[in-house]
Ligand binder design. Structure first.
Ligand code: SF4
Length: 241
């Protein structure tokens, strides 16, 4: 997978946008999500599509996921795509880790169609395909997306009890708030780090370093986890889930 060059808003704008998303997410009526979960009646058919980068791009790990996964195996994570910033010294910054994948793009933990770490799998794997993302539709209108890959995998119209709908809806909301809060802390930490060390994001340096990475060179990446940055020397050799 080739890492791509992406444009981004300023850090302050980005933080403001995330704060608005967190506010709106908290206001999102849980009953509405329950109703959608009940109506869709999703049931996993063990197709394993959701465990591949082709279908889901990557599995982002929250801090609690990371410490659990690292206890199982140290070599199963890598800096998440897509690096958000690059400073004037050519060092990348990214908001966290993702699960590593095998060369065919399937999750490092997928074996014979089953999850090897089912009991310890990341939070997003426990909730999938439920989500609460604000996304643009085909007409450019932003709205909430609640189910990922609808009609592309799984069975539908299964009966899901009210109690189960409520449990899934509450967990989904909790996860999305935790994810956005993590992103917000990352941006606030970057802002502080750049100010303290007189650094700045330079788009032309970012583009140049991405080209180096895509040519197979190693780059330095600061990965945000547990409120601080971990330095990694990164080479883009494997696909990412
Ligand atoms: S951790 Fe398990 S459930 Fe999650 S993507 Fe990997 S194989 Fe699938």
């Amino acid at each position: 997978m080739e890492l791509v060059i992406v444009a981004r808003p300023s850090i302050d704008e980005h933080i403001k946008n995330i704060e608005k998303d967190i506010f709106d997410l908290k206001e999102y009526p849980i009953e509405k999500l329950c109703e959608i979960i009940r109506e869709v009646g999703f049931e996993c058919d063990l197709c394993t599509k959701c465990c591949t980068s082709e279908f889901n791009d990557h599995i982002f790990l929250l801090d609690q996921d990371l410490s659990r996964i690292r206890k199982l195996s140290a070599d199963t994570v890598r800096p998440a795509p897509y690096f958000e910033f690059c400073d004037n010294n050519g060092i990348f910054y990214v908001s966290g880790y993702a699960l590593q994948t095998k060369t065919d793009g399937s999750c490092i933990f997928l074996e014979n169609g089953k999850c090897k770490v089912y009991e310890d799998r990341p939070l997003i794997c426990r909730l999938y395909p439920y989500m609460l993302h604000r996304e643009e539709d085909e007409f450019g209108k932003f709205d909430w997306r609640q189910i990922s890959g609808l009609n592309e995998h799984g069975f539908y119209h299964a009966e899901i009890t009210d109690e189960e709908c409520k449990r899934i809806a509450a967990l989904t909301k909790e996860y999305e708030i935790a994810y956005l809060t993590h992103k917000k802390y990352f941006l606030e930490t970057i802002r502080k780090h750049f100010n303290e060390h007189r650094l700045k994001h330079v788009q032309s340096t970012y583009d140049r370093m991405i080209r180096k990475l895509n040519k197979g060179e190693k780059v330095k990446v600061m990965v945000f986890t547990n409120g601080k940055f971990e330095e990694q020397l990164f080479e883009n050799t494997l696909h990412v889930l």
